[in-house]
Design a protein around this ligand. Structure first.
Ligand code: GLU
Length: 448
Protein backbone atom coordinates (compact mmCIF):
# COMPACT_ATOMS: atom_id res chain seq x y z
CA UNK A 1 0.00 0.00 0.00
CA UNK A 2 1.44 3.44 -0.87
CA UNK A 3 1.04 6.61 1.17
CA UNK A 4 -1.98 7.84 -0.75
CA UNK A 5 -3.89 4.56 -0.43
CA UNK A 6 -3.11 4.36 3.27
CA UNK A 7 -4.27 7.92 3.95
CA UNK A 8 -7.47 7.33 1.92
CA UNK A 9 -8.21 4.16 3.86
CA UNK A 10 -7.78 5.84 7.23
CA UNK A 11 -9.76 8.90 6.16
CA UNK A 12 -12.74 6.81 5.14
CA UNK A 13 -12.73 5.00 8.51
CA UNK A 14 -12.45 8.31 10.35
CA UNK A 15 -15.35 9.70 8.31
CA UNK A 16 -17.59 6.73 9.14
CA UNK A 17 -16.67 6.79 12.79
CA UNK A 18 -17.17 10.51 13.37
CA UNK A 19 -20.31 11.19 11.38
CA UNK A 20 -21.42 14.82 11.35
CA UNK A 21 -18.30 16.10 13.13
CA UNK A 22 -17.45 18.50 10.31
CA UNK A 23 -14.79 20.60 12.05
CA UNK A 24 -12.96 17.49 13.25
CA UNK A 25 -13.18 15.79 9.86
CA UNK A 26 -11.84 18.89 8.09
CA UNK A 27 -8.88 19.09 10.46
CA UNK A 28 -8.05 15.40 10.03
CA UNK A 29 -8.34 15.64 6.26
CA UNK A 30 -6.08 18.67 6.12
CA UNK A 31 -3.34 17.01 8.18
CA UNK A 32 -3.53 13.51 6.73
CA UNK A 33 -3.43 14.62 3.10
CA UNK A 34 -0.17 16.43 3.68
CA UNK A 35 1.39 13.34 5.28
CA UNK A 36 1.17 11.21 2.11
CA UNK A 37 4.87 11.69 1.18
CA UNK A 38 5.91 10.63 4.69
CA UNK A 39 4.05 7.31 4.39
CA UNK A 40 5.55 6.73 0.94
CA UNK A 41 8.92 6.63 2.69
CA UNK A 42 7.90 4.94 5.94
CA UNK A 43 6.08 1.63 5.46
CA UNK A 44 6.95 0.86 9.11
CA UNK A 45 4.57 3.68 10.15
CA UNK A 46 1.79 2.06 8.10
CA UNK A 47 2.45 -1.36 9.62
CA UNK A 48 2.28 0.14 13.12
CA UNK A 49 -1.20 1.54 12.40
CA UNK A 50 0.06 4.98 13.27
CA UNK A 51 -2.71 7.01 11.68
CA UNK A 52 -5.48 4.70 12.92
CA UNK A 53 -4.18 5.33 16.44
CA UNK A 54 -3.39 9.02 16.00
CA UNK A 55 -6.89 9.91 14.78
CA UNK A 56 -8.60 8.29 17.76
CA UNK A 57 -8.39 10.31 21.02
CA UNK A 58 -6.72 8.41 23.85
CA UNK A 59 -9.64 9.53 26.01
CA UNK A 60 -12.75 11.68 25.42
CA UNK A 61 -14.46 12.89 28.57
CA UNK A 62 -17.90 14.50 28.50
CA UNK A 63 -19.68 15.59 31.65
CA UNK A 64 -22.66 17.47 33.08
CA UNK A 65 -22.02 20.88 34.65
CA UNK A 66 -25.00 21.96 36.80
CA UNK A 67 -24.85 25.36 38.51
CA UNK A 68 -27.22 27.97 39.96
CA UNK A 69 -27.46 31.44 38.39
CA UNK A 70 -27.99 34.75 40.23
CA UNK A 71 -31.77 34.37 39.97
CA UNK A 72 -31.63 31.05 41.79
CA UNK A 73 -32.37 29.09 38.62
CA UNK A 74 -30.62 25.83 37.82
CA UNK A 75 -28.52 25.86 34.65
CA UNK A 76 -27.00 22.81 32.99
CA UNK A 77 -24.02 23.01 30.62
CA UNK A 78 -21.94 20.36 28.98
CA UNK A 79 -18.23 19.99 29.77
CA UNK A 80 -15.56 18.27 27.65
CA UNK A 81 -11.94 17.27 27.84
CA UNK A 82 -10.41 15.44 24.90
CA UNK A 83 -7.06 13.89 25.85
CA UNK A 84 -5.85 13.26 22.35
CA UNK A 85 -2.24 12.16 22.47
CA UNK A 86 0.35 11.88 25.23
CA UNK A 87 3.24 10.31 23.29
CA UNK A 88 5.60 13.25 23.82
CA UNK A 89 4.42 14.55 27.21
CA UNK A 90 1.45 15.26 29.48
CA UNK A 91 -1.72 16.33 27.68
CA UNK A 92 -1.69 20.09 27.16
CA UNK A 93 -4.20 22.48 25.67
CA UNK A 94 -6.72 25.15 26.49
CA UNK A 95 -10.31 25.25 27.69
CA UNK A 96 -12.86 27.13 25.59
CA UNK A 97 -16.09 28.52 27.07
CA UNK A 98 -18.38 29.51 24.21
CA UNK A 99 -21.95 28.58 23.18
CA UNK A 100 -20.62 26.97 19.97
CA UNK A 101 -18.53 24.38 21.84
CA UNK A 102 -19.43 20.78 21.07
CA UNK A 103 -17.62 17.46 20.77
CA UNK A 104 -16.58 18.09 17.13
CA UNK A 105 -15.01 21.46 17.89
CA UNK A 106 -13.15 20.21 20.95
CA UNK A 107 -11.90 17.19 18.99
CA UNK A 108 -10.71 19.33 16.09
CA UNK A 109 -8.89 21.67 18.44
CA UNK A 110 -7.38 18.76 20.38
CA UNK A 111 -6.18 17.11 17.19
CA UNK A 112 -4.53 20.34 15.99
CA UNK A 113 -2.95 20.79 19.41
CA UNK A 114 -0.98 17.52 19.05
CA UNK A 115 1.02 18.92 16.12
CA UNK A 116 1.20 22.47 17.40
CA UNK A 117 2.62 21.33 20.72
CA UNK A 118 5.07 19.05 18.99
CA UNK A 119 6.26 21.95 16.80
CA UNK A 120 7.21 23.98 19.89
CA UNK A 121 9.96 21.41 20.53
CA UNK A 122 8.79 21.14 24.15
CA UNK A 123 7.55 17.93 25.82
CA UNK A 124 3.77 18.42 25.74
CA UNK A 125 1.04 16.15 24.39
CA UNK A 126 -2.21 17.34 22.80
CA UNK A 127 -5.59 18.00 24.44
CA UNK A 128 -8.45 20.47 24.46
CA UNK A 129 -11.53 21.03 26.56
CA UNK A 130 -14.32 23.42 27.28
CA UNK A 131 -17.99 23.98 27.66
CA UNK A 132 -20.97 25.51 25.86
CA UNK A 133 -21.20 27.97 28.78
CA UNK A 134 -21.19 31.62 27.65
CA UNK A 135 -19.31 33.90 30.07
CA UNK A 136 -20.63 36.94 28.17
CA UNK A 137 -23.15 38.86 30.27
CA UNK A 138 -22.63 36.68 33.36
CA UNK A 139 -21.79 38.19 36.74
CA UNK A 140 -18.42 37.45 38.38
CA UNK A 141 -20.19 35.24 40.91
CA UNK A 142 -21.91 33.25 38.17
CA UNK A 143 -18.60 32.75 36.37
CA UNK A 144 -17.02 31.60 39.64
CA UNK A 145 -19.83 29.16 40.42
CA UNK A 146 -19.68 27.79 36.90
CA UNK A 147 -15.88 27.34 37.04
CA UNK A 148 -16.19 25.54 40.37
CA UNK A 149 -18.92 23.24 39.05
CA UNK A 150 -16.82 22.52 35.94
CA UNK A 151 -13.72 21.76 37.99
CA UNK A 152 -15.65 19.55 40.43
CA UNK A 153 -15.68 16.97 37.63
CA UNK A 154 -12.57 17.85 35.61
CA UNK A 155 -10.20 17.59 38.62
CA UNK A 156 -10.42 13.79 38.44
CA UNK A 157 -8.66 13.72 35.09
CA UNK A 158 -5.96 16.42 35.24
CA UNK A 159 -2.69 17.06 37.09
CA UNK A 160 0.79 18.46 36.52
CA UNK A 161 2.13 15.16 35.11
CA UNK A 162 -1.12 14.13 33.51
CA UNK A 163 -3.08 16.87 31.79
CA UNK A 164 -2.49 20.61 32.06
CA UNK A 165 -5.35 22.84 30.84
CA UNK A 166 -5.06 26.57 30.11
CA UNK A 167 -7.21 29.29 28.55
CA UNK A 168 -8.72 29.71 25.10
CA UNK A 169 -11.73 31.71 23.86
CA UNK A 170 -13.83 32.75 26.90
CA UNK A 171 -11.26 31.51 29.41
CA UNK A 172 -8.82 34.19 30.57
CA UNK A 173 -7.05 35.11 33.79
CA UNK A 174 -10.26 35.39 35.82
CA UNK A 175 -11.53 31.91 34.85
CA UNK A 176 -8.10 30.27 35.30
CA UNK A 177 -7.92 31.78 38.82
CA UNK A 178 -11.29 30.28 39.81
CA UNK A 179 -10.49 26.91 38.21
CA UNK A 180 -7.06 26.75 39.84
CA UNK A 181 -8.32 27.71 43.30
CA UNK A 182 -11.01 25.04 43.21
CA UNK A 183 -8.69 22.31 41.90
CA UNK A 184 -6.32 22.86 44.80
CA UNK A 185 -9.16 22.97 47.31
CA UNK A 186 -10.63 19.69 46.06
CA UNK A 187 -7.26 17.92 46.01
CA UNK A 188 -5.85 19.53 49.18
CA UNK A 189 -2.69 20.52 47.34
CA UNK A 190 -0.94 23.56 45.93
CA UNK A 191 -0.07 22.11 42.57
CA UNK A 192 1.03 25.01 40.42
CA UNK A 193 1.87 22.97 37.34
CA UNK A 194 -1.73 21.80 36.87
CA UNK A 195 -2.99 24.86 35.00
CA UNK A 196 -1.18 27.50 32.97
CA UNK A 197 -2.09 31.09 32.24
CA UNK A 198 -2.15 31.66 36.01
CA UNK A 199 -1.89 35.11 37.59
CA UNK A 200 1.60 36.38 38.41
CA UNK A 201 0.97 36.23 42.17
CA UNK A 202 0.37 32.46 42.18
CA UNK A 203 2.76 30.85 39.75
CA UNK A 204 1.97 32.46 36.40
CA UNK A 205 4.65 33.34 33.87
CA UNK A 206 5.63 36.78 32.70
CA UNK A 207 4.79 37.23 28.99
CA UNK A 208 2.09 34.51 28.99
CA UNK A 209 -0.60 37.10 28.25
CA UNK A 210 1.38 38.51 25.34
CA UNK A 211 2.79 35.18 24.11
CA UNK A 212 0.30 34.13 21.39
CA UNK A 213 0.04 37.57 19.76
CA UNK A 214 3.77 38.32 20.02
CA UNK A 215 4.61 34.81 18.84
CA UNK A 216 2.35 35.24 15.80
CA UNK A 217 4.23 38.37 14.82
CA UNK A 218 7.67 36.77 15.43
CA UNK A 219 6.67 33.86 13.19
CA UNK A 220 5.31 36.16 10.49
CA UNK A 221 8.38 38.39 10.70
CA UNK A 222 10.60 35.36 10.05
CA UNK A 223 8.42 34.30 7.13
CA UNK A 224 8.56 37.83 5.66
CA UNK A 225 12.33 38.07 6.26
CA UNK A 226 12.81 34.84 4.35
CA UNK A 227 11.32 36.65 1.32
CA UNK A 228 13.21 39.91 1.91
CA UNK A 229 10.13 41.61 3.35
CA UNK A 230 9.26 43.06 6.77
CA UNK A 231 6.40 44.57 8.81
CA UNK A 232 7.84 48.06 8.35
CA UNK A 233 5.27 50.46 6.79
CA UNK A 234 2.88 47.59 5.96
CA UNK A 235 -0.87 47.96 6.32
CA UNK A 236 -2.15 45.19 8.55
CA UNK A 237 -5.68 43.92 9.07
CA UNK A 238 -6.17 42.12 12.39
CA UNK A 239 -9.49 40.49 13.28
CA UNK A 240 -10.59 39.85 16.85
CA UNK A 241 -10.01 41.98 19.94
CA UNK A 242 -9.14 39.35 22.54
CA UNK A 243 -5.80 38.46 23.94
CA UNK A 244 -4.29 37.21 20.68
CA UNK A 245 -5.41 40.21 18.60
CA UNK A 246 -4.40 42.81 21.18
CA UNK A 247 -0.80 41.60 21.49
CA UNK A 248 -0.44 40.93 17.77
CA UNK A 249 -1.45 44.56 17.18
CA UNK A 250 1.02 45.72 19.84
CA UNK A 251 4.02 43.82 18.41
CA UNK A 252 3.23 44.51 14.73
CA UNK A 253 2.94 48.24 15.53
CA UNK A 254 6.25 48.10 17.42
CA UNK A 255 7.85 46.64 14.27
CA UNK A 256 6.67 49.60 12.21
CA UNK A 257 3.40 48.29 10.75
CA UNK A 258 0.15 50.22 10.73
CA UNK A 259 -2.68 48.05 12.05
CA UNK A 260 -5.97 49.53 10.90
CA UNK A 261 -8.66 47.11 12.15
CA UNK A 262 -9.90 44.97 14.99
CA UNK A 263 -13.26 43.27 15.49
CA UNK A 264 -15.62 41.26 17.66
CA UNK A 265 -18.48 38.90 16.80
CA UNK A 266 -20.74 41.87 15.98
CA UNK A 267 -18.60 44.00 13.71
CA UNK A 268 -15.26 45.62 13.01
CA UNK A 269 -13.48 48.92 13.56
CA UNK A 270 -11.53 50.60 10.76
CA UNK A 271 -9.12 53.26 11.99
CA UNK A 272 -6.93 54.51 9.16
CA UNK A 273 -4.72 56.32 11.70
CA UNK A 274 -3.78 53.02 13.31
CA UNK A 275 -5.71 51.23 16.05
CA UNK A 276 -5.34 52.90 19.46
CA UNK A 277 -4.54 49.94 21.68
CA UNK A 278 -5.09 51.73 24.98
CA UNK A 279 -8.71 52.20 23.96
CA UNK A 280 -9.12 48.53 22.91
CA UNK A 281 -7.48 47.28 26.12
CA UNK A 282 -9.77 49.48 28.24
CA UNK A 283 -12.89 48.19 26.42
CA UNK A 284 -11.92 44.51 26.34
CA UNK A 285 -9.68 43.92 29.37
CA UNK A 286 -11.26 46.32 31.86
CA UNK A 287 -14.89 46.90 30.87
CA UNK A 288 -15.47 43.62 28.98
CA UNK A 289 -17.49 45.71 26.53
CA UNK A 290 -18.17 45.59 22.77
CA UNK A 291 -15.70 46.88 20.17
CA UNK A 292 -18.27 49.36 18.86
CA UNK A 293 -17.51 51.47 21.96
CA UNK A 294 -14.17 52.36 20.29
CA UNK A 295 -16.03 55.12 18.45
CA UNK A 296 -16.78 56.93 21.73
CA UNK A 297 -13.05 57.49 22.23
CA UNK A 298 -12.02 57.73 18.55
CA UNK A 299 -14.95 59.35 16.66
CA UNK A 300 -12.93 59.52 13.41
CA UNK A 301 -12.85 55.71 13.16
CA UNK A 302 -15.49 53.73 11.28
CA UNK A 303 -17.62 50.84 12.60
CA UNK A 304 -19.05 48.21 10.22
CA UNK A 305 -21.67 45.96 11.85
CA UNK A 306 -20.64 42.79 9.99
CA UNK A 307 -17.39 41.17 11.09
CA UNK A 308 -16.97 39.17 7.85
CA UNK A 309 -16.66 42.38 5.83
CA UNK A 310 -13.28 42.99 7.46
CA UNK A 311 -11.58 40.87 4.76
CA UNK A 312 -12.64 43.39 2.11
CA UNK A 313 -10.36 45.99 3.69
CA UNK A 314 -7.28 46.52 1.51
CA UNK A 315 -4.09 45.47 3.30
CA UNK A 316 -0.58 44.02 2.86
CA UNK A 317 -0.75 41.53 5.73
CA UNK A 318 -3.79 39.83 7.28
CA UNK A 319 -3.67 38.36 10.78
CA UNK A 320 -6.96 36.57 11.54
CA UNK A 321 -7.12 36.36 15.35
CA UNK A 322 -10.83 35.81 16.05
CA UNK A 323 -12.05 32.25 15.55
CA UNK A 324 -12.20 29.18 13.28
CA UNK A 325 -13.69 29.49 9.80
CA UNK A 326 -13.71 33.29 9.78
CA UNK A 327 -12.06 33.45 6.32
CA UNK A 328 -14.01 31.55 3.68
CA UNK A 329 -13.17 31.18 0.00
CA UNK A 330 -14.90 34.45 -0.89
CA UNK A 331 -13.04 36.42 1.78
CA UNK A 332 -9.74 34.81 0.71
CA UNK A 333 -10.38 35.87 -2.89
CA UNK A 334 -11.15 39.43 -1.76
CA UNK A 335 -7.86 39.57 0.16
CA UNK A 336 -5.92 38.30 -2.86
CA UNK A 337 -7.64 40.73 -5.23
CA UNK A 338 -6.75 43.58 -2.89
CA UNK A 339 -3.07 42.64 -3.04
CA UNK A 340 -2.40 40.88 0.28
CA UNK A 341 1.16 39.48 0.47
CA UNK A 342 0.97 37.44 3.67
CA UNK A 343 -1.71 35.80 5.81
CA UNK A 344 -0.77 34.38 9.18
CA UNK A 345 -3.24 32.74 11.55
CA UNK A 346 -3.50 33.82 15.21
CA UNK A 347 -6.81 32.03 15.82
CA UNK A 348 -7.09 28.25 15.50
CA UNK A 349 -7.88 27.38 11.85
CA UNK A 350 -9.52 30.70 10.92
CA UNK A 351 -9.20 29.91 7.19
CA UNK A 352 -11.40 27.22 5.70
CA UNK A 353 -9.72 24.56 3.52
CA UNK A 354 -11.02 26.36 0.39
CA UNK A 355 -9.59 29.64 1.62
CA UNK A 356 -6.18 28.06 2.24
CA UNK A 357 -6.21 26.73 -1.33
CA UNK A 358 -6.91 30.23 -2.64
CA UNK A 359 -3.88 31.58 -0.71
CA UNK A 360 -1.54 28.77 -1.73
CA UNK A 361 -2.51 28.78 -5.39
CA UNK A 362 -1.94 32.55 -5.54
CA UNK A 363 1.49 32.19 -3.90
CA UNK A 364 0.49 34.24 -0.86
CA UNK A 365 2.84 33.68 2.10
CA UNK A 366 0.68 31.66 4.47
CA UNK A 367 1.39 30.83 8.13
CA UNK A 368 -1.02 28.10 9.32
CA UNK A 369 -2.33 28.36 12.88
CA UNK A 370 -0.68 25.29 14.33
CA UNK A 371 2.68 26.88 13.53
CA UNK A 372 1.94 30.59 13.69
CA UNK A 373 -0.02 30.68 16.95
CA UNK A 374 2.07 28.17 18.93
CA UNK A 375 3.63 30.97 21.02
CA UNK A 376 0.86 30.74 23.61
CA UNK A 377 1.19 27.08 24.35
CA UNK A 378 4.99 27.34 24.14
CA UNK A 379 4.85 29.93 26.91
CA UNK A 380 2.53 27.63 28.85
CA UNK A 381 5.19 24.93 28.71
CA UNK A 382 7.73 27.52 29.88
CA UNK A 383 5.34 28.34 32.75
CA UNK A 384 5.29 24.61 33.65
CA UNK A 385 9.11 24.57 33.68
CA UNK A 386 9.21 27.56 36.03
CA UNK A 387 6.64 25.89 38.31
CA UNK A 388 8.75 22.70 38.40
CA UNK A 389 11.93 24.50 39.39
CA UNK A 390 9.97 26.90 41.64
CA UNK A 391 11.53 29.93 40.05
CA UNK A 392 10.46 32.78 37.75
CA UNK A 393 12.28 34.04 34.70
CA UNK A 394 12.20 37.71 33.70
CA UNK A 395 9.92 39.02 30.95
CA UNK A 396 12.92 39.35 28.67
CA UNK A 397 14.09 35.78 29.30
CA UNK A 398 10.65 34.32 28.56
CA UNK A 399 10.07 36.58 25.57
CA UNK A 400 13.44 35.61 24.06
CA UNK A 401 12.66 31.92 24.47
CA UNK A 402 9.31 32.41 22.70
CA UNK A 403 10.95 34.34 19.88
CA UNK A 404 13.53 31.59 19.32
CA UNK A 405 10.83 28.92 19.39
CA UNK A 406 8.77 30.78 16.75
CA UNK A 407 11.82 31.24 14.50
CA UNK A 408 12.59 27.52 14.83
CA UNK A 409 8.99 26.57 14.04
CA UNK A 410 9.10 28.56 10.82
CA UNK A 411 12.45 27.10 9.75
CA UNK A 412 11.60 23.52 10.71
CA UNK A 413 8.31 23.74 8.80
CA UNK A 414 10.02 25.29 5.80
CA UNK A 415 12.74 22.62 5.79
CA UNK A 416 10.27 19.75 6.17
CA UNK A 417 8.23 21.10 3.24
CA UNK A 418 11.35 21.17 1.08
CA UNK A 419 12.55 17.74 2.18
CA UNK A 420 9.20 16.18 1.30
CA UNK A 421 8.84 17.83 -2.12
CA UNK A 422 6.57 20.78 -1.31
CA UNK A 423 8.95 23.70 -1.13
CA UNK A 424 7.40 26.91 0.18
CA UNK A 425 4.25 25.21 1.49
CA UNK A 426 4.32 25.90 5.25
CA UNK A 427 0.95 24.15 5.71
CA UNK A 428 2.41 20.83 4.58
CA UNK A 429 5.77 21.53 6.27
CA UNK A 430 4.20 22.26 9.67
CA UNK A 431 2.06 19.14 9.49
CA UNK A 432 5.02 16.95 8.60
CA UNK A 433 7.45 18.49 11.12
CA UNK A 434 4.86 18.30 13.91
CA UNK A 435 3.84 14.78 13.00
CA UNK A 436 7.32 13.24 12.74
CA UNK A 437 8.25 13.81 16.39
CA UNK A 438 4.95 12.38 17.64
CA UNK A 439 5.25 9.45 15.22
CA UNK A 440 8.77 8.53 16.35
CA UNK A 441 7.68 8.76 19.99
CA UNK A 442 4.69 6.50 19.32
CA UNK A 443 6.88 4.01 17.44
CA UNK A 444 9.33 3.87 20.35
CA UNK A 445 6.61 3.19 22.92
CA UNK A 446 4.89 0.21 21.28
CA UNK A 447 1.23 -0.36 20.49
CA UNK A 448 -0.60 1.60 23.18
N1 GLU B 1 -5.52 27.85 23.77
C1 GLU B 1 -4.16 28.06 23.35
C2 GLU B 1 -3.92 27.30 22.06
O1 GLU B 1 -4.81 27.12 21.26
C3 GLU B 1 -3.15 27.81 24.45
C4 GLU B 1 -3.16 26.44 25.05
C5 GLU B 1 -2.26 26.28 26.26
O2 GLU B 1 -1.61 27.23 26.66
O3 GLU B 1 -2.23 25.17 26.78
O4 GLU B 1 -2.83 26.87 21.76
Amino acid sequence: MDGKEYVQKVLSTVQKRNLGEEEFLDAVKEVLTSLVPVFDRRPDFIKAGLLERLTEPERAISFRVPWVDDNGEVQVNRGFRIQFNSAIGPYKGGLRFHPSVNQSIVKFLGFEQIFKNSLTGLPIGGAKGGSDFDPKGKSDNEVMRFCQAFMSELYKYIGSNRDVPAGDIGVGGREIGYLYGYYNKLKGVSEQGTLTGKGLTYGGSLARTEATGYGLVYFTEEMLKDHNLSFKDKKVVVSGSGNVAIYAIEKATELGAKVITCSDSNGYILDENGINLDVVKEIKEVRRGRIKEYLKSVPTAKYVPDFREIWNVKCDIALPCATQGEINEKSAKALVENGVIAVSEGANMPSTLDAINVFLSNKILFGPSKAANAGGVACSAIEMSQNSIRYSWTFEEVNNKIKNIMINIYNNSKNAAKEYGNEGNIVVGANIAGFLKVAEAMMAQGII
